[in-house]
Every structure is written in C-alpha cells, then in structure tokens.
Design a protein around this ligand. Structure first.
Ligand code: TAP
Length: 490
C-alpha cells in the first residue's frame, strides 16, 4: 500500500486535513511510492509557534552542552542502525545510486557525531580589559531555526542543518523539498526514538511557495537556513527583512575545473568525470566547466569522451549502476532543453545528449553523460547552471586566461586546478573566487571544513565550527571585578 506521509509537530504525527495530496514518485520507474500532504499556511504557522514555545521553555536550550551532545549521539546511533533503510529510501525517492546514498547516510551519522564532539570542546573567549574589567564572549542559541532543503541530497542537506542547529540549542522546523520527503520523514521517526524533547524538532511537508515562504517571513523565526537555487535564495532574503532574521544561503554554482598541460592526465580525466557525473551532475559543487590548456586539449577530450562513454547509467538499486536517474520529469525536461540550447548555440556535442531508454529504463528519467566541446564563454550552457550530467570543455592558453575564464561567472561555489607544478597550482587556486576548492582532486571534502560560496553562490557556511556559528548569537558579558561608582557625572 502507498505510504501516507504526515507532518511531525510537537512530537505528534499530524494528519493533513486538506484532500489534495502530492504523489511522491520514484524517478527511475515513475511509480508512486507515497502520498504527501501540502501544508497550508496555518499548519506552518502552528509548527513555528510550537518551536517558539519549546525554545522559550528552555527544555532544550537550557540543557548543558554535554546533555545535548548525548542526544546528538543517540541520533547518530539510530541513523547507523537504520542505514540500509535510509539508503534504500533515498535511492527510491531521489534516483541516485546505492553507493551515493550509502555515503550520504554514513555522512549523516558522522555529522551528528561531529557536532556532539564540538559541544565538548572549549568554547568562547575571555579578555582582561582596563579598569579591572573582565570580558567573557559567549555563544547562545538564536531561537527558532527554519531549515529549507533541496531535493538533490534530501537526507544529507537536512542533517547538515539539523545537527548544528540542535547542537546550538535551537528549536527547529524543517521543510524538505516537496518531491523528496521520504528520508526526512524517516529521520524524524528515528529522532522520535531518542531523548530529544517533544516540540524541539518539527517537520512540515509542502510547497516552497507556502511553507517555505511562511518560514522566511515569520517574525517567530530567528534564522532561516536555505539550500537551493540562487533565484529562490533571493526571494528568501527579501522575505526575511520583516524581522531582520539571520539568513544563511547555500546556492548554485557553475564551477571551473582547470587542467594544465603538465597535469597527470590519467588523474585529471578521472576527477573531471567524477566532478560532473557523480549524482548525475545534480550537485551544487559539480565541476560543470572543464578548462583545458591548449597543449593537451585534443588528447584530454579524446580520453575523457572514451571514459565517459563507459559510465553505466541505470536504476540506483542495481549495484552495477554508476549514474542514476534525474530527480523529476520537470528537471529532466529542463536538462534536455539545455542540451538543445547547446546544440543551437553551436557547441560541439562530443558525447551523449539523449535520454536513455534501453533495458527497462524507458519509464525513468535517465540522461546520457553529455559532453560539449569547443564552447565559448558567452554560451548559455557555459554561463547557466544546468544541474545535470552535462559538461562543457573549454580551451585556454595560459595561466592568466585560465583565471579570467574561471572567474567569469556570477557564481563562486567551487573550483579545482590540476597541475604537477605545485607552485602554479597554488598560485592559481588562490585566485579562483570560490569557497570550496581542490588541487589535483575534486569533490573530496570533510565535515571539519566550512562549505559555502562566494558571490551569488551564497552567504554563510555549513559544516565545521563555522556551521555551528550560523545558529548562534554572540554575546559579550563585561564583569566589573572591583565595583565602585564610575563617577562620569561628578
Ligand atoms: P529550489 O527550487 O531553490 O528549492 C529549494 C527549496 O526551497 C525547496 O525546499 C523548495 O520547495 C523551497 N522553495 C521554493 N520556493 C520557495 C520560496 N519562495 N520560499 C521559500 N522556499 C522555497 O532548488 P531545487 O530545485 O530544490 O534545487 C536545485 C538548486 O539548488 C540548484 O540551483 C543547486 O545548485 C542548488 N543547491 C545548492 C546547494 C549548495 S550546498 N550550494 C546544495 C544543493 C542544491 P519545493 O521543493 O517545495 O519547491
């Protein structure tokens, strides 16, 4: 039987009164796997009120860091105990491969463990000021955190926000992407089994235009943390001005991957494939623009196309699949449309460009690994985020031109340089205006490092100690150690 999803508010699973339910689809088969409610504004407002009341009560915010850490560790434990189910739900709802979903679920548990660990670290600063004044700088929870996540990493993006927000002592309201709520619902079922007090973590399912907008506008929300497109990020910033809530935005990218003549070709080709085709290119940090120096351009393209041809596209639950489905029909059509645009703009389609219809994949949203070569900086396929398995390979002559092309974008999320000359590689990567960068690698990163972008790729950082800061206020407490009148008016 198709699962009926519910909201989770004040520790209760809440049935939707609205008759219209959204079909949740498996993008590899188009089968309906669940029905989800689309919360109206009043349900969202009620969930925000619950989070507000719970925060004010101190039931979570007043717990010691050690007590909060113990609960975060319980959440990590229940995730690990249910890792197979979380992985399989993610494959079924998002279309990604088992290997990708397994890695997401493992990282979800590690993220809770990491923030539990941070709570046991020394915190704050102290200064001794003139006149026997002692200043303490302390961190405090912000209050209610509204968390809005996209569909490309439904579990992991939720956890990247929930773990630090709870660690800091906030109460939260999570809104998953409308089309991929399955692992968020499961995560809340798991959190319900822990000692997290009721009402601290709330989940409302529904659309961005109602639930998301209500969160962004609410005067009872103190911080809104959003991951998604730059366009929606802009709307959230505008909506947040009403009560000047803090805004944390992780947005899109069109990231350059610069490959010099002296790069180890085998390594560069391998990472350049991983950089764009992992997650079927539906990854904000994807290396969607490959810049190759003229001396190896032809050789690189030949090797790259040859290897990309071998990528096995298929159902995420088939262990042999290396690249899964596109998340939805709407997004699938958008990617195919960009491929048409690339052809019309005069780019050379060196590989792919079609939907995959073989061997029982005909019902799903599958697209071939697609490679455009001989592209120029003014083309839309080079400027706009396609967010699919489509890469543009551009030629450059020297270091100066590589940096110029790399930075010729409104985005600034990620970037990489491949070269065996370490001095040159470091020189160039330091000039790339992006927040997440690599030398001779791509996509490899860790929870300890801050994640986020320059320019229109966002504001603020996720993960690491910086990620915790997003959910904390900073207070100075000045203590007079030798109290006597200040005599300002004497
Ligand atoms: P969006 O359309 O921006 O949606 C993201 C989330 O915002 C969804 O939950 C969406 O709800 C909600 N939303 C939509 N309109 C809203 C509004 N007016 N007010 C508040 N919330 C609203 O992006 P997407 O299609 O889900 O994801 C793809 C985009 O996200 C890409 O551009 C990608 O680069 C970016 N992304 C960035 C990162 C990082 S770390 N920078 C990570 C993942 C994705 P509905 O789903 O219900 O519409």
């Amino acid at each position: 039987m198709t699962k009926e999803l519910k909201h989770y508010i004040n520790g209760q699973w809440v049935e939707s009164s609205a008759p219209n339910k959204l079909d949740i689809i498996n993008p590899a088969t188009r089968e309906v796997i669940a029905k989800a409610p689309n919360a109206p504004k009043d349900v969202t407002v009620e969930a925000i009120k619950v989070a507000r009341r719970t925060f004010e009560s101190g039931i979570w915010s007043d717990q010691s860091p050690q007590e909060r850490a113990a609960v975060l560790l319980q959440i990590a434990d229940v995730i690990e105990e249910n890792i197979d189910e979380l992985r399989d739900l993610e494959v079924e709802n998002n279309g990604k491969t088992k290997r990708e979903a397994q890695s997401d679920a493992e990282e979800a548990a590690s993220t809770f463990r990491y923030y539990a660990g941070l709570l046991n670290m020394p915190n704050g600063q102290t200064y001794e000021a003139p006149g026997d004044m002692q200043t303490l700088i302390v961190k405090e929870p912000m209050g209610v955190a509204g968390l809005i996540v996209p569909w490309n990493f439904p579990l992991l993006m939720s956890v990247w926000k929930i773990a630090p927000a709870l660690a800091a002592g906030n109460s939260i309201l999570l809104k998953p992407a409308e089309i991929t709520p399955m692992t968020a619902v499961k995560l809340f079922e798991l959190m319900d089994q822990t000692d997290l007090p009721k009402g601290v973590a709330n989940l409302v399912l529904g659309s961005g235009s109602i639930v998301g907008q209500t969160i962004a506008e609410s005067h009872d929300v103190d911080v809104v943390s959003f991951t998604g497109s730059t366009g929606v990020g802009r709307l959230i910033m505008q909506a947040a001005t009403g009560n000047m809530k803090k805004v944390s935005l992780e947005l899109g990218g069109k990231s350059p991957n610069i490959i010099f003549d002296d790069a180890d070709l085998e390594t560069a080709v391998d990472y350049a494939l991983f950089g764009i085709f992992m997650g079927s290119g539906q990854v904000c940090s994807s290396g969607s623009r490959i810049l190759v120096q003229e001396g190896i351009y032809d050789k690189f393209v030949e090797k790259y196309v040859e290897k990309a041809k071998g990528i096995r596209v298929g159902h995420g639950n088939d262990e042999r699949s290396q690249m899964g489905a596109i998340v939805s029909e709407k997004h699938f059509e958008s990617i195919l449309n960009y491929i048409e645009i690339g052809k019309e703009e005069g780019a050379n389609l060196a590989l792919g460009g079609n939907r995959v219809v073989r061997d029982g994949l005909e019902k799903g949203f599958f697209i071939e690994p697609t490679v455009f070569t001989h592209v120029t900086s003014d083309m839309r396929i080079v400027r706009e985020e396609i967010f699919g398995p489509v890469v543009a390979i551009q030629k450059f002559t020297d270091e100066e031109e590589a940096v110029k092309i790399a930075n010729d974008t409104e985005y600034g999320l990620a970037g990489a340089v491949f070269s065996t000359d370490q001095n040159k590689a470091l020189r160039v990567i330091k000039r790339v205006r992006a927040g997440i960068t690599w030398v001779n690698a791509y996509h490899l990163t860790n929870i300890q490092a801050p994640w986020g972008g320059y320019k229109q790729s966002g504001i603020g950082r996720s993960l690491s100690t910086y990620g915790l800061d997003e959910y904390q206020e900073t207070k100075q407490i000045n203590i007079n150690l030798a109290p006597e009148p200040v005599r300002w008016f004497d």
